[in-house]
Every structure is written in C-alpha cells, then in structure tokens.
Design a protein around this ligand. Structure first.
Ligand code: SF4
Ligand code: SF4
Length: 166
C-alpha cells in the first residue's frame, strides 16, 4: 500500500556479461587520453611539485603566522583564546609579562603543531587582536623530523603574508 515498485535495471544478457560496459569505459578513457596527449594546454592537471599552483588566494588557509605591530613587536597578548578554541589542541602558549609597556602580557613560548592542526581557522577567528593569520599561502610543508612540524614563535613571526596574485 503506497509502495512504488521500481523496475530493476541491468538484468539483460548484455548487462550481465559486463564486457560491453568494460569496453564502453575503455573507449571513454582512450578518448580522453588521445585528446589530452594531442593538446596538453587543455590538461587540467600539472606536474606538482615541479609546477606550483599560482591561483591560491589570500583566503586560502595555509600555514599560520603571528602578526606584528607597527613598531615590529609581537601583536599577541597571550590571552589563550586561540588555544582554547583550537579543536585539535595543538597550540601551546606560555605567557610572560610584557616589559615594553605596550600591553600586559606576551607569549614567552608560542607553538603550533601542524601535524595535529586540522586547518579549521578557529584560532584566527578566536583571536581578538588579529595576532594570528593563515594567509601565508604555504600549503606544501615538508620536514624530515617530527619536531620540525612544531612551529615556534620565532618561525611563526618570520612567516610573511602571501602577496595576492589574482
Ligand atoms: S587552524 Fe584550527 S586546528 Fe589548526 S591551530 Fe588553528 S584552531 Fe587549531
Ligand atoms: S594569537 Fe590571539 S588569541 Fe592567541 S593568544 Fe595571541 S592574542 Fe590571544
């Protein structure tokens, strides 16, 4: 009652043999292969990492950076908002008293473990001081040791914002 019976497809001898479907798939693959090899300018892929993508916008979430004030000092006030918001719990901050009088506190240690980071952008959203951003455009990050994936405060401060190319 109220049930719609849908006719089951694929029961013919041709369907059950599978061979025609396999040849159909191979025909499509061969067509794309010949099209791509005869005119490589239309190929949608490129030889990464030799060829790097050039269409990454500043909105792309890359590796983090810590921003600086106009005087060059660190903008972060060690409020722990980013570490609290981080779902991966990969931000570690140790605060210290600020001696330059610009603010009360600053981070003595500020690290981000990018192997644990899920690049959600939560830290950037949570920061009340615009002290952390993910606009470096660094999306390809390699290292030989586990420790090298833990970005230190100095390293985060050394990262630059990616110049907009689009
Ligand atoms: S991007 Fe997300 S996971 Fe990564 S450090 Fe920021 S809040 Fe944590
Ligand atoms: S980066 Fe922003 S949210 Fe994180 S501790 Fe510094 S000021 Fe606070």
């Amino acid at each position: 009652m109220g049930i719609k019976i849908v006719k089951r497809e694929g029961g013919s001898l041709k369907d059950r043999l599978y061979i025609p479907a396999i040849f159909g798939g191979m025909k499509t693959t061969l067509r794309h292969f010949i099209t791509n090899i005869s005119d490589t300018s239309k190929v949608k892929t490129f030889s990464y990492p030799e060829v790097q993508p050039s269409d990454i916008t500043s909105r792309y979430r890359g590796i983090h950076r810590l921003t600086k004030r106009e005087d060059g000092s660190i903008r972060c006030v060690a409020c722990f908002m980013c570490a609290t918001a981080c779902p991966a719990e990969c931000i570690f901050i140790e605060a210290k008293e600020r001696e330059d009088g610009v603010d009360e506190k600053m981070p003595e240690i500020f690290t981000i473990d990018v192997l644990e980071c899920v690049f959600c952008g939560g830290c950037v959203e949570a920061c009340p001081c615009d002290a952390i951003r993910m606009d470096t455009g660094i999306f390809s990050f390699v290292a030989l040791k586990r420790e090298d994936f833990v970005l230190t405060k100095e390293r985060l401060l050394s990262h630059e914002a990616k110049k907009e190319t689009l």
